[in-house]
Design a protein around this ligand. Structure first.
Ligand code: NAP
Length: 410
């Protein structure tokens, strides 16, 4: 007979390194595809993952919410279960937690290590066709008591952060770091225009530009967001609502296009005013896509770069290529991060130079609600959910065990 406990309820922890047979998890199944309130269903008898030689089992303390979980639950645009072949899926691509078991080939991590994760499963995005996003294209994500990751996905948890803060930043921050530092190669003195400067990627892009010795001009859509960007080190902010017709829309009449371009030039003059000279920006941080991309290409300085990782408003991009070639600009694609860039990015968080901007946390019971609110666009910034941590504010394993023994939470 096995001496493994059958199950340990959420709110308690098994002894360090002891792996129960089953765990509680929010499980997506094809018959429940739909909005998060339907697709995220708690099950308490999910087998805990077996691990391979290069893998690690992590006791999840908190898990970060991102849109991937919503797509997985909707079963759209792809049915991720067909990709990984299991008949259920546990979402969640961001987490903080404690190493609970290690495979025999994992040498640099041990049981008890406190960690955060990056979600790049295998190698450098782009280099390997096998590269997948863990917790989206794999079934073993973080909205569960235990998650299974490759050893290369682990990073040290910044000691000064709570579990929920530590779970909140990986996906967005590592993407922004990769875009600016590795792909666009931001340099001291660079002026950088950041669309969505107070959004998920933008809060980190704004901080990074300041840390790297550049000047961030962060575009926002409210005074509240402008204040946040300034608090994060923006050199200046621009409220895009002050400019009418700034969004490019395909199919505009010649008159409408003329009016749009006049407003783009006004936007450019605003940048001249901010910089105190008639120059563009060395880098534009792009992810909005169709509505901003032609403006981004136009506003980049001679030899400037537009670095792009997404297209929220549409991926069918239209721009005047003369602005690109005549002034020898570059368009640079970027996609998430690799283990090395995530490690370098995480060191800046460990050193307190970059901070997570967590706007809200949710409890374990509220995990479907957190996703539903994101689905309904009622959440801004990054949010995370408690899993093994019984209450917010706990920063390490010992503190967490003490809190549980003192009856904290649930
Ligand atoms: N390839 C990758 O590895 C990767 C990784 C992460 C994210 N992404 C993609 O990057 C995009 C942004 O992600 P996120 O987490 O930063 O999203 P987010 O938190 O929703 O922030 C996006 C920001 O864009 C701004 N925005 C929205 N519509 C706009 C418009 N029409 N014109 C100008 N600005 C607009 C908004 O800021 P204001 O309203 O304040 O201007 C918003 O805060 C998404 O499409 C996501 O899928 C890609």
């Amino acid at each position: 007979m096995s001496d493994r406990p059958k199950h340990v309820p959420v709110g308690k922890l098994p002894e360090l390194g002891v792996v129960p047979e089953t765990m509680s998890a929010y499980v997506i199944r094809p018959e429940r595809f739909g909005e998060p309130k339907k697709s995220f269903v708690r099950e308490d008898d999910v087998p805990v993952w077996d691990i391979g030689p290069d893998e690690v089992l992590v006791q999840v303390m908190a898990a970060g919410v991102n849109y991937n979980g919503i797509w997985a639950g909707l079963g759209k645009p792809v049915n991720v279960l067909k990709g990984h072949g299991l008949d259920y899926h546990i979402a969640g691509s961001d987490a903080s937690g404690v190493v609970w078991k290690v495979g025999e080939l994992v040498r640099n991590w041990k049981v008890g290590d406190e960690v955060v994760l990056h979600c790049n499963h295998l190698l450098e995005p782009g280099v390997s066709d096998l590269q997948t996003i863990w917790g989206y294209e794999t079934p073993d994500g973080s909205f569960a008591q235990f998650c299974r990751v490759q050893g290369q996905q682990l990073l040290p948890k910044p000691k000064h952060l709570s579990w929920e803060e530590a779970a909140s930043y990986g996906l967005t921050y590592f993407t922004a770091h990769r875009m600016l530092v590795d792909r666009a190669r931001v340099e001291p003195g660079n002026d950088v225009l950041i669309w969505g400067g107070a959004g998920g990627l933008g809060v980190f892009a704004t901080q990074l530009v300041a840390v790297m010795g550049g000047r961030a001009i962060s575009v926002v859509s409210s005074e509240e967001k402008a204040q946040l960007a300034k608090d994060l080190g923006a050199f200046a902010t621009i409220n895009r609502k002050d400019f009418h017709n700034i969004a490019y829309k395909p199919g505009m009449t010649p008159e409408e296009e003329k009016a749009w371009f006049a407003e783009v030039k006004n936007f450019g003059k605003k940048i001249w005013d901010i910089l105190g000279e008639k120059k563009g920006v060395e880098i534009v941080f792009e992810h909005v896509g169709q509505q901003t991309f032609p403006t981004s290409v136009f506003l980049a300085e001679k030899y400037g770069k537009v670095v792009i990782c997404g297209a929220t408003t549409g991926y069918d991009l239209n721009f005047d290529v003369r602005h690109l070639w005549m002034r020898q600009k570059q368009i640079i694609g970027s996609h998430f991060a690799d283990a090395d860039s995530a490690r370098r990015a995480n060191r800046l968080v460990q050193q307190g130079k970059i901070r997570p901007v967590m706007t809200r946390f949710f409890t374990w019971d509220e995990i479907p609600t957190a996703h539903q609110l994101m689905y309904e666009n009622k959440i801004h910034g990054t949010v995370s959910c408690l899993v093994g941590a019984p209450v917010p504010g706990l920063k390490n394993y010992e503190e967490t065990v003490r809190a549980i023994n003192a009856g904290a939470g649930r």
